[in-house]
Design a protein around this ligand. Structure first.
Ligand SMILES: CC(C)(COP(=O)(O)OP(=O)(O)OC[C@H]1O[C@@H](n2cnc3c(N)ncnc32)[C@H](O)[C@@H]1OP(=O)(O)O)[C@@H](O)C(=O)NCCC(=O)NCCS
Length: 158
């Protein structure tokens, strides 16, 4: 990838130009449970939310969102457009979240991942997350047939 890359922290002041691309990425990755533009706008306005966009040139390649709650940083979503996958973008976005978590004094990063999401489970495991339990029917049916179980994974910062 030879285009200029940059990662932007989104806020209510700078997010409008990103919402349509992020909503498109959400739809592509998460189907019926995708966040809409208005949900994304609301999330970014939440005091506890942290959202980063990864740009390649003028295009959005991926994004990540999380909430900092007490000592935990809870990652809600991470997604990369298919044409930009396997180039380390998700890894770079996780690095940004880890830095934010450290700055905020979080001691652990927590996330849920669908039991059949091999790419994401591999990503998190390689990054250093450890499985901590299973949540039955955590993901409602996204149109691909039935609810799905999730694995909770943790990354300890201290
Ligand atoms: C999961 C996802 C975010 C990974 O993004 P990415 O930018 O391609 O990931 P990276 O390039 O940073 O990959 C880092 C590591 O993750 C693992 N990984 C990533 N994609 C993988 C795949 N398709 N199969 C197996 N392992 C994979 C690999 O270990 C990889 O390291 P390597 O390239 O040295 O082998 C992306 O596939 C995606 O957007 N999926 C749809 C949305 C989604 O499922 N999000 C997670 C919700 S919990």
């Amino acid at each position: 990838m030879k285009q200029t890359t940059n990662i932007v922290k989104l806020s209510t002041d700078n997010c409008e130009g990103y919402l349509s691309s992020i909503a498109q990425l959400e739809q592509l990755c998460f189907g019926r449970r995708a966040w809409t533009q208005s949900q994304l706008r609301q999330e970014i306005a939440n005091t506890f939310a942290i959202v980063f966009a990864y740009n390649l040139g003028t295009e959005l390649a991926g994004y990540i969102s999380a909430r900092s709650v007490a000592d935990e940083l809870q990652i809600s979503n991470i997604a990369v457009f298919p044409q930009y996958r396997k180039h380390g973008i998700a890894w770079a976005l996780l690095d940004m979240m880890k830095e934010s978590a450290r700055t905020l004094g979080n001691t652990v990063i927590e996330l849920e991942v669908a039991v059949d999401n091999v790419a994401a489970i591999n990503l998190y495991t390689k990054y250093g997350f450890v499985a901590a339990g299973t949540r039955r029917n955590f993901y409602p049916d996204d149109g691909r047939g039935g609810n799905r179980d999730a694995i909770t994974m943790l990354y300890k910062l201290v």
